[in-house]
Ligand binder design. Structure first.
Ligand code: CO
Length: 508
């Protein structure tokens, strides 16, 4: 009897090993694509783009073939009904099967049409933006929206077609939940920001003096080291738009952009991307190639970048630690700026046109506007040709500003030209998760703010690693949130953080 059991176990383990091997192969291809994309954004000479596009599309095809291979699907279905696997093994199989079933829903016609539409829309969007003329983009965007409406039906949904798109980026998130979150945002943030606008007398003009490129670069590296970013498992380069990427937990990279006329841009984008990369460096290497070796969702990813950027990187404790060093690098520019002046300027709230330059409060109104527009586009309630006027109307309503041109308005973001609908809400959700996680980190580590003041971020990172990073995809986002904080995602943590911080800053 015993021999038979051992034999059965061996067969099961062989199947599981086969699955692991195949899954790693898919990941190897995807990570190789990431290396090529990283190179494209940072190092590649101009003329390299034609063949690079071809190389990337070949790898995408190979990855799709491997991911939808019939034998792989059979193996996953077989393993999925196997009760002898450990919980982690079951979770891996369950998530891989889910991904397999999803990939199988798309036929190659759809994939080809999608990639054609996107490459066309991206070119038209750039042209439209350069010429400040939305009509150049209108036709391609209309086709992309139609494609996404079709995709919602292909993927299926319970209540709202937009749920299917949200799920691509934030599994389990529904349109109704996002509507709830944004109704809290509207109710609290709109009047709160109004109050601040009336009393904002913070001077942040020193950010816009001349700050040399090389010295900014050195300071950025110092900040990354201070957050315990591991340069043996990552590196920083320059790119047109800051981003982070990873090829394994042992190689998680960041990029930054340096504007000599604006110090603030480098500082907080550096910390933001560093937060993303710390999450990737915290994934367990033994899970490479498996779902447990991947981050949960865009919302949780963004929670990690926002936690470092805002909850840590815009706190007085953080600058009590780092300001002396900054001032010694730029003694002339900052000669009459105290650490308190600097802290205030870092948290100046002002309604503005461009989402990526927005402060941590008005930011969510930018996202709200995009969410409302996307939802109504997918519902078929509004049409693409009316977007400029709808956009401008909403900016007046929520932020009380007049949009002077489409380039600074409806054409500012790259997302729609990439066909990304359902992505924006993850930014806001990330900030709210960040507030809730950071609150919990402080409860469990009463000395946390003092540690940050002393330049010691080891305890915070250790907490994030154990509670969040090392789990990979072991839990869905909402389950993780309950595990870590004892309750579901709740806006009141963000609200509390905002009231405590900004009432003080603005004496309101
Ligand atoms: Co981010």
């Amino acid at each position: 009897k015993l021999i038979i059991i051992v034999k059965i176990k061996n067969i099961i383990m062989n199947d599981y090993d086969d699955y692991v091997k195949h899954s790693k192969k898919i990941t190897d291809v995807k990570m190789s694509m990431s290396v090529l994309s990283w190179d494209q954004e940072t190092k590649m000479p101009k003329n390299g783009s034609k063949f690079r596009a071809q190389q990337l599309s070949t790898l995408a095809e190979i990855s799709h073939e491997l991911s939808t291979h019939k034998k792989y699907g059979d193996l996953l279905n077989h393993l999925n009904s196997n009760e002898n696997l450990s919980n982690d093994q079951k979770r891996n199989v369950y998530l891989s099967l889910k991904a397999f079933n999803k990939a199988a829903k798309y036929n190659s016609e759809f994939i080809i049409e999608e990639s054609k539409l996107i490459s066309n829309a991206f070119q038209k969007w750039r042209l439209a933006k350069d010429n400040n003329n939305f009509s150049i983009f209108e036709d391609s965007l209309t086709k992309l929206v139609d494609l996404r409406i079709k995709e919602c039906e292909i993927l299926g949904y319970d209540k709202h077609p937009y749920d299917a798109l949200l799920n691509q980026y934030e599994p389990g998130l529904t349109t109704a939940q996002v509507e709830n979150i944004f109704s809290d945002v509207k109710e609290f943030l709109v009047p709160f920001i109004n109050k601040i606008s009336k009393s904002n007398k913070i001077d942040d003009s020193f950010f816009y003096k001349k700050y040399s490129h090389d010295k900014q670069w050195d300071f950025g590296i110092e900040l990354l080291k201070n957050m315990e970013y591991n340069f043996n498992s990552g590196r920083q380069d320059l790119s047109a738009h800051p981003f982070s990427t990873h090829f394994s937990p042992d190689d998680a990279r960041v990029t930054t952009r340096i504007d000599e006329d604006n110090l603030s841009e480098m500082i907080w984008s550096c910390i933001h991307e560093g937060g993303h990369a710390l999450y990737e460096q915290g994934i367990l290497p033994e899970n490479y190639g498996l779902p447990l070796g991947e981050t949960i969702s865009l919302g949780i990813h963004e929670s990690q970048s926002r936690l470092w950027e805002n909850n840590v990187g815009r706190s007085i404790e953080y600058w009590n630690c780092n300001y002396d060093s900054l001032k010694s690098i730029f003694p002339n520019q900052l000669s009459d700026v105290s650490v308190n002046d600097f802290y205030k300027a870092a948290n100046s709230v002002k309604p503005s046109l461009i989402r990526t330059n927005a402060d941590e409060l008005t930011y969510h109104l930018h996202v709200l506007i995009r969410f409302e527009i996307e939802k109504e586009l997918i519902e078929g309630k509004i049409s693409v040709k009316d977007l400029p006027s709808i956009w401008n109307h909403k900016y007046k309503e929520y932020l009380n500003i007049t949009v002077p041109s489409d380039s600074l308005g409806v054409l500012q973001d790259i997302h729609w030209s990439h066909g990304s609908f359902g992505y924006f809400p993850t930014y806001t959700i990330g900030s709210f998760y960040a507030a809730q996680f950071f609150n919990q980190a402080k409860v469990e580590n009463p000395n946390l703010l003092n540690d940050i003041k002393d330049g010691n971020n080891k305890n915070l990172l250790k907490w994030l690693r154990e509670k969040i990073h090392e789990n990979g995809k072991r839990y869905d986002a909402h389950v993780l949130c309950e595990q870590v904080t004892g309750e579901k995602l709740d806006f009141r943590f963000f609200k509390k953080y905002v009231i405590e911080k900004y009432s003080n800053l603005y004496s309101i």
